[in-house]
Design a protein around this ligand. Structure first.
Ligand code: ARG
Length: 477
């Protein structure tokens, strides 16, 4: 990164007689990771230029030259013509060098009334607010893949074994199970949207910590940068990293939801379950076992949730016990949030592709849906509808299950005679409830697995997801 002949720009050189020790410089440098904030730092600088101009601290010509140079620098950053060097400490130092190279000493006027403390807090908020929208757009794609599979299998009324404790519990529609994941991701999106309201506060104007004696206009800067308002307390403005921690929590919980879906895919595609098959494009093979087809995408989604949780706990641990206001520890806020963003943007598209291209084995699911005496509850509930206490019904059906286990048969296979022997309540007509489609259709309470309820649920989710997509694209309220 070194550019021979360019003197290092230090923002605090005047107070010191000697330059920093090599070890300090190496410890202190953050430009290798905070350079990704350059775009936002430049936007904030443009807004600050206009404020200095309006405060009479830059004349018309100076403001014009400054804005032109900032626009040029911004272009050069995008094309790569301007890059940080090994001598630059952080994104602010690098960009100040770029500005000085373009406008000479005029560049030094931009620092009036602001500090890297309010600058970095602003940059990170701007960056995260943008990234939250990108993350939401990727979550929406995954939700859409899940909803499309759900719609297909709702039309076919594909049943599936509903599990608790990874044991067959009650049959459900496969669509219902797929939509359960969509619901969780919808909450993740709602969390990010709610987070955005608190993130939409501008720290600029706080200066180092106490505000500014110059006639700045924090409201105008906030509005220009798309924030709702300036921070109400300059000390809080430079010290607060709640927004970063909250973002990391939302990311970590999204990661946990991705890991749960990943684990389900691993189970579904195992030979033991045999519910689904992964498309070749999203499966990996083995270097030694030619027959292998592995669900690495799902496993990585599961594994990467560990990183996301680590990003959150690392950040919270760094923040714990810091006194007001800015402390250099806060420089450590960036890598965890960057990693959280990068991880989600890596995992989400892979999971969307995996889900969209996965094939469910409807016959196998149908054969398994009622297995493991999964209709036992339906039988007990039938007896309840006939006026028998649930406790007694539960016990009678329990005896029938034991009888079937011993005789290696299903509930519906027991003869009239044996049924009557097991319990007086078991008249031959009780068999009428022992059907998987019947059991599923009967569960039509709000939020239940009956086809009409699942259809309502899908319609509501489509609407939520469409609203989230348009918010992420910037057209939502
Ligand atoms: N690189 C620093 C950070 O990320 C910028 C703020 C530095 N401020 C200071 N007073 N040293 O936190």
């Amino acid at each position: 990164m070194s550019e021979a002949g360019t003197p290092p720009v230090r923002l605090w050189g005047g107070r010191f007689e000697a330059g920093p020790a090599e070890a300090l410089a190496r410890l202190s440098v953050s430009v290798q990771f905070d350079w990704r904030l350059a775009r936002y730092d430049l936007l904030a600088s443009q807004a600050h230029t206009r404020v200095l101009h309006r405060a009479g601290l830059l004349d018309d010509a100076e403001a014009e030259r400054m804005l032109t140079a900032l626009a040029e620098l911004s272009r050069d950053c995008q094309t790569g013509d301007f890059r940080p060097t090994a001598m630059d400490e952080d994104v602010h130092t690098a960009l100040e060098r770029g500005l000085l190279e373009r406008v000479g000493s005029l560049g030094g006027k931009l620092r009036a009334g602001r500090s890297r403390n309010d600058q970095i807090a602003t940059d990170l908020r701007l960056y995260l607010r943008d990234q939250a929208r990108t993350v939401i757009a990727r979550i929406v794609e995954l939700q859409t893949a899940l909803m499309d599979q759900a719609a297909r299998h709702l039309a076919e009324q594909t049943p599936a074994p509903g599990l608790t404790h990874t044991q067959h519990a009650q049959p459900v529609l496969l669509a219902h199970q797929l939509l359960a994941h969509v619901q969780a991701f919808a909450r993740d999106v709602a969390r990010l949207r709610d987070w955005d309201k608190r993130a939409a506060i501008s720290p600029l104007g706080a200066g180092a910590l106490a505000g500014s004696s110059l006639r700045l206009d924090p409201e105008a800067v906030a509005a220009e940068l798309g924030f709702d308002a300036p921070a109400g307390n300059s000390m809080d403005a430079v010290a607060d990293r709640d927004f970063a921690a909250e973002f990391c929590f939302a990311a970590a919980l999204t990661g946990v939801h991705l890991s749960r879906l990943g684990e389900e895919v691993v189970l579904w595609t195992s030979r033991e379950f045999g519910w689904a098959e992964i498309d070749d494009a999203y499966a990996t093979g083995s270097s030694i076992m030619p027959q292998k087809k592995n669900a690495d995408v799902a496993e990585l989604a599961r594994g990467k949730s560990g990183r996301l949780i680590g990003d959150l706990t690392g950040l919270l641990t760094m923040l714990k016990g810091l006194p007001l206001t800015y402390n250099r520890d806060l420089q450590e806020d960036k890598e965890p949030v960057f990693d959280a963003v990068d991880t989600l943007l890596l995992v989400l598209p892979a999971m969307s592709g995996l889900v969209a291209s996965m094939r469910f084995r409807a016959e196998r699911l149908a054969a398994e849906a009622g297995a493991g005496h999964a209709l036992a509850t339906d039988l007990a509930e039938l007896l309840v509808r006939r006026g028998i206490a649930f406790r007694e019904a539960h016990e009678a059906v329990g005896h029938l299950v034991v009888w079937c286990e011993v005789n290696d048969c299903e509930l519906g296979d027991v003869s009239d005679e044996d049924l009557a022997k097991i319990s007086e309540h078991f008249t031959p007509d009780v068999r009428s409830v022992l059907s998987v489609p019947g059991a599923i259709a009967a569960r039509d309470t709000f939020g239940g697995t009956a086809p009409n309820r699942v259809a309502d649920q899908l319609a509501a989710l489509r609407e939520t997801v469409a609203g989230d997509a348009s918010w992420a694209a910037g057209s939502g309220g």
